[in-house]
Design a protein around this ligand. Structure first.
Ligand code: CAA
Ligand code: NAD
Length: 294
């Protein structure tokens, strides 16, 4: 059955981006979060990016209106009954995701595919919370979703060939390049990226250099578009810590231990750009002030 209606759960930075690219691909989108203020923030962010596209001549005002018209915001889970595919993009916490997938499994139509945008959690374990593991898959978009071309597609042990083919085709319809990756902690993207970000945090923690110096080394020395500490703030320090813990526990290897400073910053509520403070403080005028170690 053709996928026409997609429900995206979580209207944060990833969920809003996924909703946008799905609507741009002509799909009907239901965007759900737990509080209306998060739904509104997600929708406002999409509208802002589409306005920029219109100003830059990449879309017409009519196309912008049509894309926004295809997205409906809600705090209710019941509209999952209309979805052909659900893409989950809530907090990177196993227990919270398992609870959500049990609820979705009971509401969604029998033909619907359940997909997770998890950064690192086992797809097989998430799928086992449902009665449809053959119709369960990992669909891992990169941040910022409207810009980044990659989608890692992760099959759980029970994922069917039909589910894989439908998901791959949908990622392509959304303008993305799907890459098939096996179900191991952190997949490829975060198994390679997150230890590098964690190591950069260790460099700062151990006083080897300041925040800006570390970022500058990797930007000018390795041509990375963002320095690692800017990127950690951009991803969200809570998400970075969740991923490091999944790698650490999944591989039982001390090389994945999260830096104590990362743990401490998450405990303090310094979650990066989304809370206004991480390795940089994000000022109202658009500038960013680097953190200084006392
Ligand atoms: N959302 C949507 N579009 C964005 C954006 C955002 N948050 N940030 C920037 N853009 C767009 C801008 O609108 C701009 O396009 P136009 O000027 O044509 O309108 C374009 O991207 C370039 O932006 P800038 O010139 O402002 O800045 P830049 O050249 O540094 O590019 C960037 C921004 C694309 C984000 C670039 O810095 C980059 O590639 N950074 C690294 C991103 C990255 O590594 N992402 C992966 C994170 S890990 C992950 O996603 C997996 C996980 O599970 C954690
Ligand atoms: P975020 O904190 O920006 O947004 C998460 C949203 O989910 C919040 O708005 C929260 O209110 C909402 N939420 C929490 N529980 C919910 C529930 N039960 N139902 C509906 N909404 C709920 O986080 P994010 O950065 O968008 O990350 C979301 C997921 O995407 C995580 O699994 C993360 O690992 C993954 N991911 C993140 C990135 C990244 O760079 N940040 C990249 C790829 C994948």
């Amino acid at each position: 059955m053709a996928i026409q209606t997609v429900m995206v759960i979580g209207a944060g930075q990833m969920g809003a981006g996924i909703a946008q690219v799905a609507a741009q691909a002509g799909l009907k989108v239901i965007l759900r979060d737990i509080d209306q203020k998060y739904v509104d923030k997600g929708l406002a962010g999409i509208a802002k990016l589409l306005t920029r596209d219109v100003e830059k001549g990449r879309k017409t005002a009519e196309e912008k209106a049509a894309i926004l018209g295809r997205i409906t915001g809600t705090t209710d889970l019941a509209p999952a009954a209309e979805a052909d595919l659900v893409i989950e993009a809530i907090v990177e916490n196993l227990d919270i995701k398992l609870k959500l997938f049990r609820e979705l499994d009971a509401i969604c139509p029998a033909h619907a595919i359940l997909a997770s945008n998890t950064s690192s959690l086992p797809i097989t374990q998430l799928a086992a919370a449902t009665k449809r593991p053959a119709q369960f898959i990992g669909m891992h978009f990169m941040n910022p979703v409207p810009v980044m071309k990659l989608v890692e597609v992760i099959r759980g042990i029970a994922t069917s060939d039909e589910t894989y083919a439908a998901t791959k085709a949908l990622a392509e319809q959304m303008g993305k390049t799907p890459v098939s990756v096996n179900d191991f902690p952190g997949f490829i993207s975060n198994r390679v990226l997150l230890p590098m970000l964690n190591e950069a945090i260790f460099c700062f923690y151990e006083g080897i250099a300041g925040v800006e110096e570390i970022d500058t080394v990797m930007k000018l020395g390795m041509n990375h578009p963002m320095g690692p500490l800017t990127l950690a703030d951009f991803i969200g320090l809570d998400t970075c810590l969740y991923i490091m813990n999944v790698l650490y526990e999944g591989y039982k290897d001390s090389k994945y231990r999260p830096c104590p400073l990362l743990v401490q910053m998450v405990q303090a509520g310094y979650l990066g750009k989304k809370t206004g403070r991480g390795f940089y403080t994000y000022n109202p005028d658009g500038t960013a002030t680097p953190m200084v170690r006392k």
